[in-house]
Design a protein around this ligand. Structure first.
Ligand code: GLA
Length: 394
């Protein structure tokens, strides 16, 4: 079990108390302001370890808010589009592609020299029904769907060849018990749809890194299935560069030990390991769902929304300690980890305000609703500083 030493924890708590005092007047619902310049940059603090990334929404990459743009450029050296490259937004109809948003996203990444991720080519969500149907609304056969998949991948990956550095080729193909998810891709094409997607993506841009991405990869059965999937592709000589562990976490799940076990298992595959969608929900579980199944939904109830106005100090500290524990294990296994990406930039924009219950106020990220670094931010920076200090010769 990897946790921080008592000294490291004490140091974090001291920093926390200072930053809580400093941030005391930035209520979660206050307006956005610029971050103070004296704050360390995440990407610099972790430069010796891995890239630091964030998922961006359209407002972020079209730079609608100058303070937010400055924050993104200062802290992150990798970006992922929250929605712009998913099948639904980019290819809503058979003969219609909407490249506008994706072009702006890629432009932002290239201009700011950020490691730019394409997310995602194949998923069972946010994919229109027409993809799986012929002109009469009847299910396509295997060959026709494969051809449609090849064409989509060729057009999208081909358009951003040399600009998008890595692709989440297949997202969430596994169930928690390790079996293949019964998606239309699986039902119509069969299990080799995964291999085909990687082959098509590699043909469209042989230089791009190609990843398998999923949530709850800390569950034993799912971890083993992901390992088997990567091995199967490798044995077939198919190009796969990495595995993305989404890591939509809670305060006590997954355990640090489970996170570490998965990092080790994936590291042994000889592919890059990435944390791709990191956030930590602080709200009560509203469904049986422990992972990030976007179709899980529950009805709003005040009891499920305990911090509508601000986050109590005790919870700020819990979040900070949890982030510190996760980053301690990431640094310990930094030889395997290539990138840590947060799913969003500030709390106000997080999907966790609306999933699985609409209209809650959640606090899952390192920056608050006014763009200010939270105690969790300082805790994460502190872990990096402590590790540098520990590595220095005495
Ligand atoms: C999954 C997907 C992401 C995003 C999140 C929640 O994890 O991979 O693209 O949709 O759900 O929003």
């Amino acid at each position: 079990m990897t946790t921080l030493s008592t000294t490291a924890r004490l140091a974090i708590v001291t920093t926390l108390c200072q930053s809580i005092l400093w941030a005391a007047d930035s209520s979660p619902l206050s307006s956005e302001t610029a971050e103070p310049p004296s704050i360390s940059a995440l990407k610099t603090a972790f430069a010796d370890h891995f890239l630091m990334g964030a998922a961006l929404n359209t407002k972020n990459f079209t730079e609608k808010d100058a303070a937010k743009s400055a924050l993104i450029k200062k802290h992150f050296n990798s970006i992922t589009p929250e929605n712009a490259l998913k099948w639904g937004p980019i290819h809503p109809e058979l003969d219609k592609y909407n490249f506008d948003q994706a072009d702006r996203y890629v432009e932002f990444g290239v201009k700011n020299q950020m490691f730019t991720i394409g997310h995602t080519l194949l998923w069972h969500q946010q994919t229109p029904d027409w993809v799986f149907q012929d002109a009469k609304g009847k299910p396509l056969d295997r060959d026709a769907l494969l051809e449609r998949m090849r064409d989509h991948i060729q057009k999208v990956v081909g358009r951003y060849k040399g600009k998008i550095n890595g692709w989440d080729v297949v997202n969430e193909a596994l169930n928690d018990d390790g079996s293949l998810r019964q998606t239309q891709w699986l039902k119509i094409i069969g299990p080799d749809y995964i291999e085909k997607a990687f082959v098509f993506a590699h043909a469209a841009d042989p230089e791009a890194e190609l990843y398998y991405n999923d949530y709850s990869l800390e569950l034993h059965a799912k971890r083993d299935a992901a390992v088997a999937l990567v091995k199967k592709l490798q044995a077939a000589g198919i190009h796969i560069s990495g595995i993305g562990s989404q890591t939509h976490a809670g305060l006590d799940r997954p355990s640090v030990q489970e996170v570490e076990d998965s990092l080790i298992a994936f590291g042994q595959l000889g592919v890059k390991v990435m944390i791709t969608e990191l956030d930590i929900s602080l709200l009560p579980n509203a469904t049986q769902n422990q992972g990030a199944d976007v179709s899980a939904r529950a009805t709003y109830d005040d009891a499920l929304n305990p911090y509508p106005d601000s986050l109590p100090q005790e919870m700020q500290e819990k979040l900070a300690a949890r982030y510190a524990d996760l980053f301690a294990v990431y640094i310990k296994h930094a030889d395997k980890i290539d990138r840590v990406t947060f799913w969003g930039v500030t709390d106000g924009e997080s999907w966790l305000n609306n999933w699985p219950v609409r209209g809650r106020v959640n606090y899952p990220l390192l920056f608050d609703r006014a763009n200010q670094p939270k105690p969790a931010f300082h805790a994460v920076i502190r872990v990096a500083t402590e590790s540098k200090r520990a590595a220095q010769p005495k």
